[in-house]
Design a protein around this ligand. Structure first.
Ligand SMILES: Cc1cc2nc3c(=O)[nH]c(=O)nc-3n(C[C@H](O)[C@H](O)[C@H](O)COP(=O)(O)O)c2cc1C
Length: 191
């Protein structure tokens, strides 16, 4: 079993990465392989509404290869998917929104590629807009026939500078519990 996470932060190994690795720690403790994809440093642009994915139906985005198709292929091959983003202007980052928009189109044209996978969303925030960002990530997962995993609160943790999220005890406990719940569901589905 494998879980792939996408970190939508342009800040590599920042707070969102810390949250995703905290969820990973519990998954790995239970024998589940994990891979982190960081969009930082990548140049995945937004959907241009060319419609080629709808015509071709080949499970790929027709835009010049900027790494998007490789990322999407990893999600399609995974049993579980976690989307993570810091809050930017009360929403998700442009980087993960670009990824979501393109993936949503390709997956609408090629139905069922993420069907019955286990999904979760996590958000890092300084102060405001976390629920809105969380909703955007969940809406994508939900509309692709995935089973969303919850925890004891919505999956948002507070901190500004790198490492500050570790001081949000309730938020970090929520991440660990999320990993536990994800592992539970993955095992129910696959063993
Ligand atoms: C351009 C920009 C916009 C931001 N907008 C918000 C915001 O609207 N609300 C908020 O709570 N934090 C906001 N933040 C703070 C980040 O969400 C916060 O620092 C987060 O922990 C960063 O996570 P990262 O290290 O994974 O990038 C913003 C940060 C930047 C750089």
């Amino acid at each position: 079993m494998k879980v792939v996470a996408i970190n939508g932060s342009p800040r590599k190994d920042g707070n969102t990465a810390i949250l995703l690795r905290t969820v990973f720690a519990e998954l790995e403790r239970q024998g589940i392989e994990c891979e982190l994809i960081q969009l930082s440093g990548q140049t995945i642009g937004g959907c241009t509404a060319c419609g080629a994915c709808v015509t071709r139906k080949d499970g790929r985005c027709a835009l010049a290869d900027d790494g998007f198709n490789a990322c999407l292929a990893k999600l399609v091959a995974a049993d579980g998917i976690i989307l993570g983003s810091p809050v930017y202007s009360a929403g998700v980052t442009a980087q993960i929104k670009a990824f979501i928009d393109r993936a949503a189109m390709v997956l609408a044209a090629n139905k069922g590629l993420l069907r019955h996978k286990v999904g979760a969303a996590v958000v890092a925030a300084r102060r405001g807009g976390a629920i809105s960002a969380f909703d955007t990530l969940c809406h994508f997962l939900h509309s692709k026939e995935m089973f969303l995993v919850g925890s004891t609160y919505w999956n948002m943790v507070y901190g500004r500078n790198i490492g500050e999220v570790a001081r949000d005890d309730e938020g970090m406990a929520n991440m660990r519990n999320l990993g536990e719940n994800m592992a539970w569901l993955l095992k129910k589905l696959h063993t």
